[in-house]
Design a protein around this ligand. Structure first.
Ligand code: NAD
Ligand code: WQD
Length: 340
């Protein structure tokens, strides 16, 4: 059934890919974004790719009057809530901003949804809530143990969503805990365009490949893994977007809060990722070994079984596709989206 979906943070990396997926499947899309970590160029690319428009509201999620106006203007059936700050290191430096935007933004959204009788929500959660763990793979019943303010905001939001569902039994909320989303739309028109020096490994190596940065620092080669570098469960951003579209279809299966991992269920080391990305680029990626980055754990891999059992859903795109698609976007857009 076509729905009118509010996508908060719809201009961001995962949000923009999800908007394309929703438009391609006949949904109407309303985006609220303040462009604090994205650009209107991403929204233009979404509309170009999908061949039809979405409605854009340039607003801060915490602006209750602006958010209320969005719900007055549109007959919203469901919300996908991406808008948040997401840099772990930054969250240690400016935790109050993270509390304000990630938790305050979520409560502002919940209040406005409640005021307008909208009870269906898909929430962006994160594998980071599992914290410093050596268990492999991780399933949704494993204990949470967030180790930094960013991860804590995601865990607190999951908990407050659970509490809200108890008070309002008509609510249906799906929290998706993504592992490491990378890649880009295969068209090369949509991808990851972080502001400043990238924190994450794939956008960093993509900027090395395009000559914007000299070489990739590899944080630690003395971990208890086969090649000594950390292993992560990389998932193609188009699979993440598809997972949201499918989650929307399952919101009415049952009320209350449900939590699902979104991951591939297999891992790649930093050196394996460098080698795969080098194959996509056609030449080796320059890198240098550095010491461990504080807070990194050796291995994080999802048990993707719950979502597969519930919805028959699994990832379909491999590491080669992730690297080839990310490189296509970076090659075609060496300086990111054009300023509009
Ligand atoms: P992103 O920064 O590219 O996208 C977030 C978007 O939200 C941006 O467009 C930003 O401008 C917007 N935004 C931020 N604060 C806002 C506010 N107060 N009001 C309105 N808009 C606001 O990040 P992303 O990688 O697309 O991540 C999306 C969501 O997924 C986030 O909640 C993030 O915590 C979560 N997540 C991301 C990853 C990852 O590795 N990318 C992994 C797990 C979870
Ligand atoms: C991956 C691997 C680094 C940069 C983060 C968040 C997590 C979630 C996903 C939001 C690690 C190594 C990195 C570099 C490197 N996001 N690395 N050189 O830390 O697994 O997860 O994104 O929810 O919360 O913490 O991702 O891409 O930063 O790092 O060697 O320049 O690459 O040490 O082993 P991470 P990442």
């Amino acid at each position: 059934m076509p729905e009118t979906v509010l996508v908060t943070g719809g201009a961001g990396f995962i949000g923009s890919h999800t908007c394309v997926e929703l438009l391609d499947h006949g949904h109407e899309v309303v985006v609220v974004d303040d462009f604090s970590n994205s650009s209107p160029g991403a929204v233009d690319a979404v509309m170009k790719l999908a061949g039809r428009p979405l409605t854009l509201h340039h607003a801060d999620l915490r602006d209750r009057a602006a958010l209320d106006a969005v719900f007055v203007d549109h007959d919203i059936n469901a919300v996908i809530h991406f808008a948040a700050k997401k840099a772990v290191g930054e969250s240690v430096r400016i935790p109050l901003d993270y509390f304000d935007i990630n938790i305050g933004g979520t409560t502002a959204l919940l209040r406005t949804m409640n005021d307008h009788g909208v009870h269906r929500l898909v929430f962006s959660s994160s594998c980071s809530i599992y914290g410093d763990t050596s268990k492999v793979p991780l399933d949704e019943d494993d204990p949470a143990g967030p180790t930094n303010p960013y991860a804590r905001t995601k865990y607190i939001c999951e908990q407050l969503l659970g509490d809200a569902c108890v008070r309002y039994p008509e609510m249906s909320v799906i929290a998706l805990r993504y592992f490491n989303p990378i890649g880009a739309h295969p068209s090369g028109m949509l991808g990851e365009d972080p502001t400043g020096v990238p924190n994450n490994v794939l956008p960093y190596m993509a900027q090395v490949a395009v000559g914007r940065l000299d070489e990739l620092p590899v944080f630690g080669n003395d971990y208890p893994t086969p090649d000594g570098t950390c292993i992560r469960d990389y998932i193609h951003v188009v699979d993440v977007a598809d997972g949201h579209r499918v989650a929307l279809d399952h919101l009415d299966d049952e009320p209350g809060l449900r939590v699902f991992n979104l991951g591939a269920g297999r891992g790649a080391s930093v050196l394996e990722l460098i080698a795969e990305f080098g194959r996509a680029v056609g030449r080796p990626i320059p890198y240098r070994m550095e010491g461990r980055r504080s807070g990194d754990v050796p291995m994080l891999i999802a048990d993707p079984g719950r979502v597969e059992r519930a919805w028959g859903w699994r990832t379909t795109r491999d590491l080669t596709a992730m690297c080839e698609d990310a490189w296509r976007f970076q090659r075609l857009n060496p300086s990111g989206y054009p300023a509009t």
